[in-house]
Design a protein around this ligand. Sequence first.
Ligand code: AGP
Length: 609
Amino acid sequence: MCGIVGAVRNSDASGFLLEGLRRLEYRGYDSAGVVIINQDGDLERARTVGKVAELEHALNQAPLMGMTGIAHTRWATHGGVTEPNAHPHICNGTLALVCNGIVENHETLRQKQHEAGLAFTSQTDTEVVVHQVYLHLQKGLDLADAVRATMKELEGSFALAVVHAGEPDRLVAARQGPPLLLGRTDDESFIASDINALLPVTRQYQVLENGDVVDLRGANCLIKDRTGVVVDRLVRTSSQSGDSADLGEYRHFMQKEIHEQPRAVADTLEGRLRGDQVLEDSFGREATRIFDATRQVCIIACGTSYHAGLVARHWLEYVGVPCEVEVASEYRYRRHASREGTLVVTISQSGETADTLAALEEAKRQGVAGSLVVCNVPESSLVRESDLAFMTHCGPEIGVASTKTFVSAMTGLLLLALALSRRRGFDSGFEAHVVHQIRTLPAALESALGMETAIANMAQAFGDKQNALFLGRGAHFPIAMEGALKLKEISYIHAEAYAAGELKHGPLALVDERMPVVAVAPNDLLIEKLKSNLEEVRARGGRLYLFADPASGLIESEDVQVLHVAPVDSAIAPIIYTVPLQLLSYHVALIKGTDVDKPRNLAKSVTVE
Ligand code: AGP
């Protein structure tokens, strides 16, 4: 989602700004732009629709040079994907601003600004913000004070950065919602939406808090809170690698990340198991106390992370822990009957999902025994806001479609179920059995990756399809949901998942010889039930594409294609059966020729609601 970078340097800032935008590309965007204050003290702007490479091309044709600048990747919310709507927005030729988020009262402000004689060149809510700062400057306020005054008038959730032609060594930035980080070296200062953009210049950073306004003047940076009081924010050191991500032998980051899963899960498990046991401090220092107080679990997440939560419910309920799983965007606006002893668990690869953050805040307001996040980004907001954190340690995920973070999050949630099982009377033999299975995960994932060639062949059947159904039962219903989401996201084929037993209650009407039906069929307690459901599909002429345990008894025929998944214990089967569905969607997307790593309209880090 939108990304901001800015710099006050003592040499040309354009290289840093462009590299910063490249490093924020993975978040998802549809246009990009930059403003630099040149040596004559004028604002110079370049904006392009499409990839950062387009902007780079434009800058190669007409370079911008200057020591202070701001840049932005835009993910359209208000107004179409056009160059006039791309940021930075400029008012009066002197003031330039970029913004991430949504300003809810933009219509009211726009009306007043019209009346004040200001003209608009875009349909965005951001242009209203730059006008508002300008109006305060006109009243004689200093730039930082003008930004603070503007923040008080804006409703919504946003982060912004602004430069003024009259003050070429200065940049002012502010946060009221989406994250904004400040980085400094001995004589320069930088802002960015996430740490990836700062890494080429520094690992040290400060996280602005809501209401903060920071005034950057080279090495001198002053942070004031919403009341105008000077504050200091903790200086953190990033543990992330500064290397820009490298595709290696792979065609896409998604393919690379699917293949990294054995290593990612091994890294997730590193230091988390001792002998036959899960180490509780993998979840944080307070884990034992909070787990002792836990009577039930409420999992809150979005998208793929929500699917990980749905799988975890099966594990938690198996060990006797009541569990509900909530979509964050719904949870945050619903009335709740809070229950004593609830451990609220958020799941988020980015740690920045606005709905999940707001839902966590709402859950904490209700009163909880504790909060735990399962997350891949140590420096993220959800990690900071939670009592406990289980870090998945799978390295940066660049593909917008989550893959390795999904299997690693499920692995972490299985460890959580084991940690809580001890308090539900499950003996050490049970934990030892599951831990043994967990240790086989990297090898079992590797074995599932060996199916790729066969899956690429299977994918041919989907090249001309507009729709697909995905079926599963029990803990594999969420895996089918995830398979359908992956196919939708990257191949743009309409795909829906159903609990296989639900077919006859409606979706069976969709089935005919043109409808591919994908099912995951591990050899578990529900296999015979699933087989009956699959027969219902065959009887209506549906085409079946099955990922099945060899012992399931499912056999190939003209209308049934079966690919065998090596036998796995049911405790870890959902994690393993994820892989063939990821590979299927990837190979269908290759056939469709879509932008696999940056699918249209989507963002990696969803920082607006
Ligand atoms: C996953 O492929 C999707 N891009 C999306 O559903 C994602 O899982 C969702 O937006 C939640 O993101 P998070 O894990 O960063 O919170």
